[in-house]
Design a protein around this ligand. Structure first.
Ligand SMILES: C[S@@+](CC[C@H](N)C(=O)[O-])C[C@H]1O[C@@H](n2cnc3c(N)ncnc32)[C@H](O)[C@@H]1O
Length: 273
């Protein structure tokens, strides 16, 4: 497919945008070509253009799901960017431990979980912090639009290079076991997390409410109205004293008034009530 907007590229970009919110501009045509070549091969098409042509004619839901899956960028690593986890441990958990002292219940959402490192980082952090949360009902929900990523997250199996990104030796020793040439996260941590396939563009309400939502490094792929819409729905899922954490390159400023900066915690937001 050429750098210009060929009809095939336009068709595929439109499908991906409608289904996931991910915007593919013309300069991404190389990415579309390289990521969709295996999908085209899987369905015996001679080219990505031929795959696009078939989708134009048939709109096959399974092929569309494979196309969207292939066009997601799933990079993640343990304790990514550090500061959100520092903020969670030092600022948010102490406040929430007080505010929820009676209910003794905490729910945290990793809203674009990819292969699970963010959710498992949260689980390790809660475990390490746990004296104050002993006996609490703690649930972490990890969701992603990609079925392949959710399967990987559930398995909790990581290659050597993934385990080396962001994870201290002490935490690796404590929470991972060798499994062939990979490392698997402990059963106890896996039991703390429910991983589900979920599209942020769809109705999020069925997931319930969350004290803290990590929605990191996914809004960057959306256009402005989609960012605003997704943030609006997330705001309704967080109680007035709960928190939203975005990725380092993401902000609410100029996008939504549903959130405001949380007092005294950089990069963390609170819903406006
Ligand atoms: C770069 S990863 C971010 C992973 C993790 N939050 C982090 O910051 O390390 C972005 C993830 O967003 C997911 N994603 C993209 N569009 C989505 C949508 N509409 N609904 C849910 N997840 C989506 C992708 O499948 C991908 O796994």
């Amino acid at each position: 497919m050429s750098e210009s907007m060929s009809p095939g590229f336009q068709m595929l970009a439109q499908i991906v945008r409608d289904q996931s919110g991910i915007v593919l501009t013309a300069d991404k045509s190389y990415l579309v070509e390289s990521r969709l070549r295996p999908v085209a091969r899987k369905y015996n098409f001679v080219s990505v253009e031929a795959l696009a042509e078939s989708l134009r004619a048939w709109r096959d839901a399974i092929k569309i799901s494979d196309v969207v899956d292939a066009m997601t960028t799933n990079e993640s690593f343990f304790f990514r960017d550090n500061y959100p986890f520092h903020a969670l441990r030092e600022r948010l958990l102490p406040r929430l431990a007080k505010a929820r002292a009676e209910a003794r219940r905490l729910r945290i959402w990793s809203a674009a979980a990819a292969s699970g490192q963010e959710a498992y980082s949260i689980a390790m952090l809660l475990r390490e912090w746990s004296p104050a949360l002993d006996g609490w009902a703690m649930e972490i929900v990890g969701t992603d639009i990609s079925g392949e990523m959710i399967a990987r997250a559930r398995a909790g199996l990581y290659a050597q290079h993934e385990i080396e990104r962001g994870l201290s030796l002490a935490l690796r020793e404590k929470y991972f076991q060798r499994c062939g040439d990979k490392w698997q996260i402990s059963e106890a941590l896996r039991r703390m997390i429910r991983f589900e396939r979920h599209n942020l563009l769809h109705d999020n309400a069925a997931l319930g409410t969350f004290d803290v939502v990590f929605c990191r490094n996914v809004l960057i792929y959306f256009d402005l109205p989609t960012k605003a819409r997704v943030l609006g729905t997330i705001a309704r899922m967080i109680p007035g004293d709960g928190y939203l954490i975005l990725g380092g390159a993401e902000t609410i400023l100029g996008i939504t008034e549903a959130f405001k900066p949380a007092p005294g915690v950089a990069g963390v937001y609170a819903p406006v009530r």
